[in-house]
Design a protein around this ligand. Structure first.
Ligand SMILES: *Cc1c(COP(=O)(O)O)cnc(C)c1O
Length: 347
């Protein structure tokens, strides 16, 4: 299945190549050309591991042996066999995503991504080492470091905003073990760190990196489709739990409220819906950095505002990368998206 950039339909790549590259050469994010048919009812009757296998092999069909990759990623790594339990709390049901090795919900994706990337690298015949560059506002860093530590053929560098992550998160990162890991504090906020990473990618595409630094670069942020896709699974898992407990009937719509930063998690919910899951409303929850709330309510994305440091640093983001994918899905107009992203950057 082919993927192309949100900013241009030209130069599509297969799903393995999209995972290896992370970001499209024009700075856009990779999108599947179409959403394939998916037996979502069968998926709901499966356990969490089989759900992940079905979803990932549908969206990333050029990566073979998906069942084994999923086993490697998850079996024995999470506190509970079902990976992401749900717990009724009053009128709500809470989906517990923190049962993985680093207690970040990102473990669901970042235990999987190294498996996908290593296999995709093989499929693409990529011999050089891959260097993962990742900006983090807190949780991604540790979860990515843990996922990629000592993975052969891959190295990882994590950039975090100095003073912008919690003490625990900083301690988790700077004490990371592994021969292939580097952690780096950046003077600035998360957006500065993320922009810096995007600039390094742009420099690499233009051949402007100094000689000797010509590693293949990729990313573990949710701009990588290999990071985003594994997150779709737990929407199905949550729905299946509600079915099992008799709280809903097959086909009933379920609303999800998703704490949002880079818009990856909530976009995975949107993809779950596109794959057929009966999703009602996706509620995009913000903290004081409510640029997305404003955008959804007014249609204007205005990043010209101070970034507040809050108790939820993973949501302290003004430039929410994956919104670009939603804009593309809704408009199916790469030229429009390219123009809007440029405007956001310069104006
Ligand atoms: C990463 C993270 C978020 C934001 O998720 P996105 O996919 O970036 O929108 C919110 N809360 C916590 C605790 C996180 O770790």
């Amino acid at each position: 299945m082919l993927y192309h950039s949100t900013r241009s339909g030209a130069n599509p790549v297969d799903s393995a190549r999209a995972v290896v590259q992370g970001l499209a050469p024009d700075g856009g994010l990779y999108m599947p050309e179409y959403i394939p048919d998916f037996d979502w009812k069968k998926c709901l009757r499966s356990d969490a591991i089989a759900m992940a296998t079905q979803i990932l092999s549908t969206l990333l069909p050029d990566i073979p042996q998906m069942d084994r990759l999923v086993q490697n990623a998850y079996v024995g790594k999470f506190e509970t066999e079902d990976l992401t339990p749900t717990v009724p709390v009053g009128d709500f049901t809470v989906l517990e995503l923190f049962r993985g090795p680093t207690s970040a919900f990102k473990d669901v994706a970042l235990q999987m991504l190294p498996q996908l990337l290593t296999k995709a690298k093989d499929v693409c015949g990529e011999k050089e080492d891959i260097m993962i560059l990742t900006a983090t506002s807190g949780d991604t860093g540790k979860a990515a470091l843990e996922g990629f530590k000592d993975v052969p053929g891959i190295r990882i560098t994590v950039f975090y905003p100095d003073g912008g992550v919690s003490k625990v998160q900083r301690a988790q990162m700077v004490s990371q073990e592994g021969e292939n890991v580097t952690v780096c504090a950046v003077r600035g906020n998360f957006d500065d760190a993320q922009t810096g990473v995007k600039n390094i990618f742009a420099a690499a595409v233009d051949g402007k990196l100094p000689a000797g630094n010509r590693l293949r670069l990729s990313t573990a942020n949710s701009i990588n489709i290999g990071r985003l896709a594994p997150q779709i699974t737990y929407y199905f898992k949550a729905y299946a739990d509600l079915l099992k407990r008799g709280q809903i009937r097959m086909g009933d719509k379920v609303n999800f409220c998703v704490p949002t930063g880079n818009f990856g998690d909530i976009l995975a919910g949107w993809l779950a819906k596109r794959l057929g899951l009966p999703v009602g409303t996706l509620v995009c929850a913000s903290n004081a950095n409510n640029v997305l709330t404003d955008f959804i309510q007014t249609g204007t994305y205005d990043r010209r505002r101070p970034l507040h440091k809050t108790e939820s640093p993973s949501m302290d983001i003004l430039v929410s990368s994956n919104l670009e994918r939603l804009l593309y899905f809704l408009s199916e107009d790469a030229e429009l998206v390219a123009g809007l992203m440029k405007q956001l950057n310069t104006e």
